[in-house]
Every structure is written in structure tokens, then in C-alpha cells.
Design a protein around this ligand. Structure first.
Ligand SMILES: [Fe+2]
Ligand SMILES: [Fe+2]
Length: 506
């Protein structure tokens, strides 16, 4: 296209006002655009460089603007005629800042820090286990070593080692703050099958008795959730929608379907849909907001844009379209631009500054602990699921039933039970992955497959995804269930799943 002299003039003037230098190539490139677009691109160039704007930078910025336009095209949302009842209900959202790692990480990865982290885990899960009923007294491991043969006790510790002997017995080395002991689950014990469910680094209790150097296990107790939880109630007829794994920036992001969801939130549906949308007061997003860069082999081929800032800018465009009476909790996942090690801090401002000032958008850590309308809500991306699936025989083939993996996390009161398997873990002063309080809602994602169950009063929800099947997932044999949105009513405690799958290819 020929440069337009009027545009050229306006661009030069704006650059001089901002005291930046434009290279001849940059000026040429910008002057070829319509005026509005040229000024938008120039503003972004100035944001990126406050001294000299090169032709290369201008081209990069223009290509980013075009990707954003392409990915959000067709997203026209009118909010004016939709005034649901819940818009007037005051939100009750408390994010537990103490359990949010953002800005607090000081660890460097020393052995001492890891020892401290696991001591913290032991202390916290032990606190939960001590509340479990026991016929035998809880004693430190050191004391059972001096016990007379046959005297019974309960010991609590972390699983340091586990092995199955040639004869089919199970030996677990259990460790507490002071020492460790080898615990034997005999092949013919009624506990033998349960012993297969013991995984490394979890904290459990054994009832049993001493015999020489061994502790003979009679009973195994996990921290578990209480059998009769206190039932929460909510007067307001409101609901929370739990989604995850948007993967914006991927060619497989299901834009049309996501636009349908956003339009639904804005009341652009039939009467029934408007009624449901009107009840949604909270949206929880459990990570993998964007596809990121270099996360899995050959990912570049499946990316719409290799610029991470552009990926987040598209996310922000969508977040801006969510009605302002809906509180949105946004946690990161393993594809996001935060450290890979758990716990992950919230997204840095530089990536999401476009929604600054949007009071209903809350960026949170992974995991995130919040109270929504009095309900304990836990968000966890969930990348630790695979190590559990690989370790627990009762989870074999549970790629298709992620809710079962969620239940196993709840039973152990740990979101990241097995250390060093797959997901890096930062040795912070406390173990942020311990579930000391019982969640009312446990929302996770990562596996791209919806799954739900109510486990002892806790609603377990996997929020599925908004991305078609990647080549990598094809290789792993995963079966995603995109564009299905679970909406959980806090009043009735019923779960409804809405399908937004549009014209997109799965
Ligand atoms: Fe993920
Ligand atoms: Fe994902």
C-alpha cells in the first residue's frame, strides 16, 4: 500500500510529542495504515520503546494487533439490556492472601529448605490426622522402637520409601521429625490391598505393634475429609462457573465457542439461558489461560502468535467483556508466564495491564484459596494429576475421569503428594499444597476433560478446556471435552453443565 501523507504527518507529530525517534522504515510502515490503526500501533510502539522505534518493532506490533483483531473478531457484546437480579447482590469474595505465594518466594533450592518444606507438610497434615478417631494412642516413631513386643500404638509420618517384597509383603519406611521406622504390611493382612494406595511423600497414620526392628501394620488411616461435613447454605440464588485451559494464542483455541460463552454471560441467549446467566456471580478460571511458548515439543506449529504479550492481550480483551457484576478469579497453569514450580504466583502486571482498573478481575496464585459467599473455594491447575495416575492402581485409565484423581488429592489433603515426579516444587517455608481446611468446592483443570463428583460434601469439578486436540495430546491418547461449562448453584448445590461448542473443530 502507498504511504498516506496525511497519516504520515499525524504519526510524525504524535511521535515528536512523545519524544521518540521514528526510523524511516517505521514511518513508512505506519503511514501505510489507516490513521486509526497507525496511531494505535504507534501508541504500542511508544509503550515498548521510549527512545527509538525501528521498522522491525513497528512490524512486530502491527502483526500483534492484527492477531488480536483476528482472534477477537465477531466479539461484539452489548450489555445494555441485561440487568440480572444478581447484579444487585453484593459479592462476598475473600482471597486468602496468607496462602497466596505471590511476592513472597524467597527460597533458593537448598537441601535445608526442602527439609523445612517437608517438615511443614508433616506438621500440617499431622494436625489433620490427629483429629481422626483412634483406639490406640498416637506416639512419636522413636518411642515405638522401645516398645515391648505386641504393645499397640498409632504412629504418624511421611512415606519415605515403599517396596513390595518378593513374597508380596509391603514395607513402608515412615518418617517423622526425629526418626524413621520400617513398617510391614503382611501379604495376608486385611490391609494389604489398601497398602497399594500408599504413595511416596504423603502423610499417613499406621496402627500396629512393634516386633524387633519392624512396626507391624494393622490399620492404615489417611487424613481424609470428614464423613459428615458441616453443610454450607446460601440464601442468594447465585452460582459459580468453573472453567479452565483456554489456551489463547493456540491455533486450536475455540474462539467461536468461547465467544458464545461470553455472549451468554451478557444475556444474549434464550430466556432459559438468560436466567442461568443471571445467576452467575463468580467465574473461576483454573489456569492455562494462554498457550505460552515452548511448553511442549513442536508447539510453534500450533501457535497463532509466538508473542506472549499478544496472547495475554487477547485474554484481556475477553476478560473485559465479562459483565462487571461477575467476580472473576484467574489462576495460572503450567502454560502461563509465571514460574513452572509450584506454588505458582499470580500473573505479573506487565502481562495483563489492559485490565487494570477492572475491579471484578482478580489474578490469583496456583493454588488459590478463597471464600466465595462463605464457601471454601480452592483452585488448582492440576498438573500433579499425572504422577498420581501413574502411582495409584485405582486411578489406572483415569485420564477419562479426572474427578477420581481430585478425590485422591482430597483424601490425602495434598494437591502435590509426590515430590519430584513431573512437576517442580519450590521449597518455600510452608507447603502451600496442603489442604488444611476442607474445601466446599475444589476446582481444577489441566487434563482438558470435564469431570464432576460430590465427595463427602465437597464438589469436585474439572472445568475441561477451550482448545481442540493438539498433536501432543493425540500422542498421549487424551480425549478432551471442550466448551462445556459447569455452573454450580451455591443456593441449591446443584451442578448444571452447559455446552457452548459452536462451529469450532475439536
Ligand atoms: Fe496444564
Ligand atoms: Fe491445558
Amino acid at each position: 500500500m502507498e504511504p498516506n501523507s496525511d497519516v504520515r504527518h499525524v504519526v510524525l507529530q504524535r511521535a515528536s510529542e512523545a519524544k521518540v525517534l521514528l526510523s524511516p522504515e517505521a514511518l513508512q510502515t505506519l503511514a501505510e495504515l489507516p490513521e486509526e490503526k497507525a496511531l494505535k500501533a504507534l501508541a504500542k510502539c511508544i509503550e515498548a520503546s521510549n527512545f527509538i522505534i525501528t521498522g522491525e518493532l513497528a512490524e512486530e506490533i502491527i502483526s500483534s494487533i492484527e492477531t488480536i483483531e483476528k482472534t477477537t473478531a465477531g466479539v461484539e457484546v452489548q450489555r445494555t439490556d441485561f440487568k440480572p437480579l444478581n447484579a444487585d447482590i453484593a459479592s462476598q469474595l475473600e482471597i486468602n492472601e496468607e496462602l497466596d505465594i505471590s511476592g513472597k518466594s524467597r527460597c533458593t533450592g537448598t537441601v535445608e529448605e526442602f527439609v523445612g518444606l517437608f517438615r511443614d507438610r508433616l506438621k500440617r497434615v499431622k494436625g489433620v490426622l490427629k483429629n481422626r478417631m483412634s483406639e490406640t494412642p498416637v506416639v512419636p516413631i522413636a518411642s515405638v522402637k522401645g516398645f515391648a513386643r505386641g504393645r499397640t500404638a498409632r504412629i504418624i509420618g511421611m512415606v519415605f520409601k515403599k517396596q513390595v517384597t518378593k513374597n508380596g509383603h509391603v514395607i513402608v519406611e515412615l518418617e517423622d521429625e526425629e526418626t524413621s521406622v520400617k513398617c510391614l504390611v503382611m501379604k495376608n493382612s486385611p490391609m494389604r490391598e489398601k497398602a497399594d494406595e500408599i504413595i511416596l511423600d504423603e502423610v499417613i497414620a499406621f496402627d500396629g505393634s512393634s516386633a524387633e526392628e519392624l512396626f507391624i501394620v494393622k490399620e492404615i488411616t489417611w487424613p481424609e475429609l470428614p464423613i459428615s461435613p458441616v453443610k454450607k447454605t446460601c440464601e442468594d440464588d447465585i452460582a459459580i462457573a468453573c472453567i479452565s485451559d483456554l489456551h489463547i494464542g493456540s491455533k486450536l483455541f475455540m474462539k467461536d465457542s468461547f465467544v458464545k460463552f461470553i455472549s451468554f454471560l451478557n444475556g444474549q441467549g434464550n430466556d432459559n439461558e438468560r436466567q442461568i446467566a443471571g445467576k452467575i456471580k463468580y467465574i473461576s478460571i483454573a489456569g492455562d489461560l494462554v498457550d505460552g511458548i515452548g511448553v511442549y515439543p513442536n508447539q510453534e506449529k500450533e501457535l497463532l502468535t509466538k508473542d506472549i504479550y499478544t496472547q495475554y492481550e487477547i485474554l484481556c480483551e475477553y476478560l473485559k467483556m465479562i459483565p462487571e457484576h461477575v467476580e472473576v478469579l484467574v489462576a495460572p497453569g503450567n502454560h502461563d508466564a509465571v514460574r513452572g514450580a509450584l506454588p505458582q504466583p499470580r500473573l505479573a502486571r506487565e502481562f495483563v495491564k489492559q485490565v487494570e482498573g477492572y475491579k471484578n478481575i482478580h489474578f490469583v496464585s496456583n493454588p488459590c484459596f478463597a471464600k466465595v459467599h462463605g464457601f471454601n473455594h480452592v483452585i488448582f491447575h492440576g498438573s500433579t494429576m499425572y504422577s498420581m495416575i501413574n502411582s495409584l492402581p485405582n486411578l489406572r485409565n483415569c485420564h477419562l475421569n479426572p474427578e477420581k484423581v481430585g478425590v485422591e488429592m482430597l483424601r490425602r489433603r495434598l494437591l502435590n503428594p509426590i515430590y519430584g515426579d513431573n512437576v517442580p516444587f519450590a521449597p518455600e517455608k510452608r507447603d502451600y499444597t496442603v489442604l488444611e481446611e476442607v474445601p466446599d468446592i475444589f476446582h481444577f483443570g489441566d487434563i482438558h476433560r470435564n469431570g464432576y463428583t460430590n465427595y463427602r460434601g465437597t464438589m469436585v469439578i474439572n472445568g475441561g478446556c477451550w482448545q481442540g486436540k493438539t498433536e501432543y495430546q493425540v500422542k498421549l491418547g487424551h480425549e478432551p471435552t471442550p466448551c462445556q461449562v459447569p455452573v454450580y448453584s451455591l443456593k441449591t448445590q446443584n451442578l448444571q453443565v452447559l455446552n457452548f461448542l459452536g462451529e469450532d473443530k475439536i
